[in-house]
Design a protein around this ligand. Structure first.
Ligand code: ADP
Length: 540
């Protein structure tokens, strides 16, 4: 039998190539050469200039011997240099590893070592942190300083970013990935274990995530996107590539400051922004106190927790239109979104909040979402009541965890990715998260591994047992609280001293805000019953 729809109809160079978001930049430079691609304080770059600078930096990296399979790390606030790295680094075949600048030196050192960083781009704002990080490394990456602060002149780095870029050849040739499954970026997430896991993204997933992101919000060349979400967070949920794809304008933001945000929204006619609840809350409170409203509506994609009715009400009054997203680092950011239905537009705010509190339905590139009951071996009924774990499958799921096959296999067991989030399925096929089975604390949009904090507590000579849980907090959503049992409770070790001990050993956001000294509740087999500790807090 002939196979008429395949015979003689092969994939060829002309009709099939690896999907990569790097094509987006080349296209926008061709279609919109003089259009503003990036506004970054007093630096403005057109698409043509952005493309040329990325090609030059890719060439400069090649001249340093960086290529396929190498890692280039970046420690930098949201700026055009991080955005450029999203193109320049993979354009020379290497993998981009953006770093969270809130981490401490030991965590950064772990990441640089584990990812085998060949080069580290860093903003001089973090020079002290970089010095502390690399001082104890056996193999130090090539250091490249980004000198944006007034009077910055770095004597520590091997190169300055601009001098290195100028050394690159002015060419528009860049290295296309041999395979769309090739890695494009590496993002560390603190999961349930103390050591962060290196989530690897591929070119194909990055391309699809960016397309899906842009379509989810009807973005087009008139889109002006304000970078309130850190670009280091899942590559800015792939909006680093999405905004370029549609030829929109990236407006950078070094730090979260409500007045600067307001001014940029007004000055540049910002249309879209994303962020964690902490950013939205801060913005609404501070704009509200000053009586400021927006002159035009702005779409705000909120991820990390459901927006309560008070937030929706304040947002409406000021001029923000909220969309609720859910996702993980492992899913390139958004995996589901609460798609608004036309009939919701007339609902009173309290009822709207109930609808919008749900994490919603799959994005375009996630094929399936199910809420799975592991004991029964089946998906839970769509009754809005039965609890199960959210599992996902589709084309915007990570390649896997770097150098961690056991954890990768466990995460993808049985053909689904298990999220560790517990939810119900509503009759209209919208999911709603009710709890988390994994041991993480999400404080102000940052993940904290309770295990990592417990490990530090166990280093204290007087502590024999420690348990760390998330407790609710008005400002941060959740904060870590520690329960410890002392070898000898003679009153010499205080709660405050334990907090100070943690401050010396952990990034600030990971330090327990509360410490309770006493007996810890245990199961018959001696496991600490964290659920009992959590319940104590709920009833306080
Ligand atoms: P991200 O980097 O996007 O914050 P993380 O991997 O750090 O992703 O954290 C993902 C976790 O955050 C999820 O597994 C879930 O527990 C929580 N989360 C994300 N979005 C929401 C949401 N909309 N509602 C409730 N929890 C959420």
């Amino acid at each position: 039998m002939t196979d008429k729809y395949n015979d003689g109809l092969d994939k060829r160079a002309a009709n099939y190539s690896a999907l990569t978001p790097l094509d987006f930049l080349q296209r926008s430079a061709t279609v919109f050469p003089q259009k503003m691609a990036v506004i970054d304080d007093d630096t403005m770059l057109t698409y043509q200039t952005l493309f040329e600078r990325c090609c030059r930096m890719a060439s400069a990296l090649t001249s340093l011997g960086v290529g396929t399979g190498d890692t280039v790390s970046v420690l930098c606030p949201n700026s055009h240099e991080v955005l450029e790295s999203h193109y320049a680094v993979p354009m020379c075949g290497a993998v981009l590893n953006t770093l969270n600048y809130r981490l401490d030196a030991a965590s950064l050192r772990f990441i640089l070592d584990h990812g085998e960083a060949r080069v580290l781009f860093y903003d001089t704002e973090y020079e002290k942190l970089v010095r502390a990080t690399v001082s104890e490394m056996d193999v130090t990456p090539i250091l490249v300083s980004i000198e944006r602060l007034a009077g910055a002149s770095d004597q520590f780095a091997d190169h300055s970013y601009e001098q290195l870029l100028a050394r690159g050849e002015q060419t528009t040739q860049w290295q296309r990935p041999a395979d769309e499954w090739d890695a494009i970026s590496l993002n560390y997430t603190s999961g349930t274990t103390g050591n962060p896991k290196g989530v690897v993204y591929h070119h194909r997933g990055a391309y699809l995530a960016a397309m899906s992101d842009a379509m989810a919000f009807n973005m087009n060349a008139d889109t002006v996107y304000l970078w309130t979400l850190p670009m280091f967070h899942c590559n800015g949920w792939a909006y680093t590539w999405a905004i370029t794809a549609i030829g929109g304008t990236h407006v950078c933001l070094r730090a979260i400051d409500s007045q600067v945000i307001y001014q940029r929204i007004e000055d540049y006619s910002v249309t879209h922004m994303c962020g964690a609840p902490i950013v939205m809350n801060m913005l609404l409170n501070e704009l509200g106190e000053r009586g400021q409203t927006l002159s035009h509506p702005v779409q705000f994609a909120l991820g990390g927790a459901a927006p309560p009715s008070s937030v929706i009400r304040k947002a409406q009054a000021i001029g923000f239109d909220i969309t609720h997203l859910y996702g993980l680092t492992e899913t390139y950011g958004p995996a589901t979104l609460c798609v608004p239905k036309p009939e919701w537009s007339d609902l009173p705010v309290e009822e709207l909040a109930v609808k919008m509190a749900r994490q919603g339905v799959a994005t375009l590139t996630v094929n399936d979402v199910r809420v799975y009951n592991g004991h029964r071996g089946e998906a839970v009924p769509a009754d809005g009541e039965t609890l199960g774990e959210i599992q996902l499958r589709g084309n915007t799921l990570m390649k896997g965890y770097l150098k961690n096959p056991v954890t990768t296999d466990a995460a993808f067991k049985d053909g689904w990715f298990s999220t560790g989030d517990l939810a119900v399925m509503h009759p209209d096929n919208y999911i709603e998260i009710k709890d988390r089975s994994k041991d993480i604390i999400i404080s102000g949009g940052e993940n904290i591994s309770s295990l990592e904090v417990e490990e530090v507590l166990y280093q204290h000579a007087a502590i024999s047992e420690a348990a760390v849980i998330a407790i609710p907090d008005d400002k941060w959503g959740e904060v870590p609280a520690a329960f410890v049992h002392l070898n000898q409770d003679d009153g010499s070790v205080t709660e405050a001293a334990i907090i100070d001990f943690c401050k010396d050993r952990l990034a600030k956001f990971k330090v327990p805000k509360r410490v309770t000294i006493g007996e810890l509740p245990k199961t018959a087999t001696g496991k600490i019953r964290k659920n009992v500790l959590r319940d104590q807090f709920r009833t306080e």
